[in-house]
Design a protein around this ligand. Structure first.
Ligand code: NAD
Ligand code: WQD
Length: 340
């Protein structure tokens, strides 16, 4: 089966391409390389010994996408392409609405034109926003007023659009995958997360402190109502997450209509737990400074992953130790990421 992976050169996309190739799928990638480079795909090809058809095309370029669909005839799409920086989205929301919303609408129109109606969409735990319990289940109500950023709202709006499309036309099959906090890297240390500039997220930031590129970690808030005062999140290994996408494709082949799954471990770790685990992985203590709370952060949330286990047969297998060790292997083997 041939799968189109939009945003396939990026962090989660490249790991997913690797798992798809190893599982015997053919892979076509569309990416404009805004936040990635082709080197990630070359490394995936080397690791798997298989070829990827790569198209440097933007989601806003409908003619470019149509050419790809005509030439490659994909049978399903995994849609990662999008902008994802929460803070930036608050400063330039229109950039996010244009890229993520218009881009996705273009993709859906091209899919409909070429009668490709199987889609896995990269959604996020951010769509839950504020809930009464920190243990998030797929049945919880989502609402745009509870979501804390324009980025998060693009995810929710796309989810809602896809629900409407599936309700109107039962020949569509769509999986909304709500990721919790993906971290880690492939165990080879050859592919991983390669943020440009100063990272926004905790683990890439910690990795850059460990490699000596940044001088200390800022712990955003140590006065939350949690056991150690720092925020708790459900971190999951990117390879487990990638495997979840392959399982979602198997599910879509059963033609289930629209399905929603949390992809997380179900376990929460605090900011200080993660730093400690990273210190163990890199074998040194890392300088850290207690800093004010970051606007928009919730004290604690984690997934209830039971539905994905029951319906997809998917369960995260890798723990926090492997997540940190694999991140450190990637970072120390590639101190400047994919750039030489
Ligand atoms: P990433 O930035 O590494 O990958 C996204 C890829 O999409 C990049 O290669 C980028 O160049 C490409 N892209 C962006 N806009 C495009 C456009 N208009 N046309 C073509 N290509 C475009 O990000 P990631 O961490 O791999 O995330 C992948 C997806 O998962 C995103 O949709 C993100 O919102 C979602 N997600 C990520 C996380 C996370 O913590 N990393 C959590 C939840 C959801
Ligand atoms: C984790 C914890 C910070 C950096 C984000 C998006 C979410 C999803 C996953 C896309 C928080 C603390 C962080 C630092 C710190 N992405 N922190 N110092 O905010 O849980 O989730 O990525 O969909 O939508 O919001 O992840 O890694 O930024 O933060 O203390 O330098 O680490 O305050 O408590 P977050 P994160």
């Amino acid at each position: 089966m041939k799968i189109l992976v939009t945003g396939g050169a990026g962090y989660i996309g490249s790991h997913t391409c690797l798992e798809l190739l190893n599982a015997g799928y053919e892979v076509v990638v569309l990416d404009n390389l805004y936040n990635s480079c082709e080197e990630s795909l070359k490394r995936v090809e080397k690791l798997t010994g298989k070829k990827i058809s790569f198209y440097e095309v933007d989601l806003l370029d409908v003619a470019g996408m149509e050419k790809l669909f005509e030439a490659e005839k994909p049978e399903a799409v995994i849609h990662f392409a999008g902008l994802k920086a929460v803070g930036e989205s608050c400063k330039v929301p229109l950039k996010y609405f244009t890229n993520n919303l218009s881009g996705t609408i273009n993709l859906l129109n091209v899919m409909e034109k070429y009668n490709v109606k199987k889609l896995v969409f990269s959604s996020s735990a951010t769509v839950y926003g504020v809930q009464e319990s920190p243990a998030y289940t797929e049945e919880m109500k989502t609402s745009s007023t509870a979501v804390s950023s324009p980025y998060g709202r693009t995810k929710l709006m796309i989810e809602d659009m896809l629900k409407d499309i599936c309700a109107a036309d039962p020949s569509w099959n769509v999986a909304l995958l709500r990721y919790f906090n993906p971290i880690g890297a492939h165990e080879s240390g050859e592919i991983g997360e390669d943020p440009q500039g100063i990272p926004n997220n905790l683990v890439p930031y910690v990795a850059k402190v460990a490699i000596g590129e940044l001088d200390h970690i800022n712990v955003f808030g140590d006065d939350y109502e949690t056991p150690d005062g720092t925020c708790i999140r459900d971190y999951l290994h990117v390879v487990d997450l990638a495997i979840g996408h392959e399982k979602a494709i198997v599910k879509l082949n059963e033609e289930p209509g629209l399905v929603i799954y949390n992809l997380g471990t179900g376990k929460g770790y605090s900011v200080l737990d993660v730093i400690k685990s990273f210190e163990d992985a890199c074998g040194k203590e890392l300088p850290k400074v207690m800093a004010p709370r970051r606007a928009g952060d919730l004290p604690e949330y984690f997934s209830v992953p039971a539905k994905a286990e029951k319906e997809l047969g998917w369960k995260a297998e890798r723990g926090i130790k492997e997540m940190c060790e694999d991140t450190w292997r990637w970072q120390s083997k590639n101190p400047k990421g994919y750039r030489k």
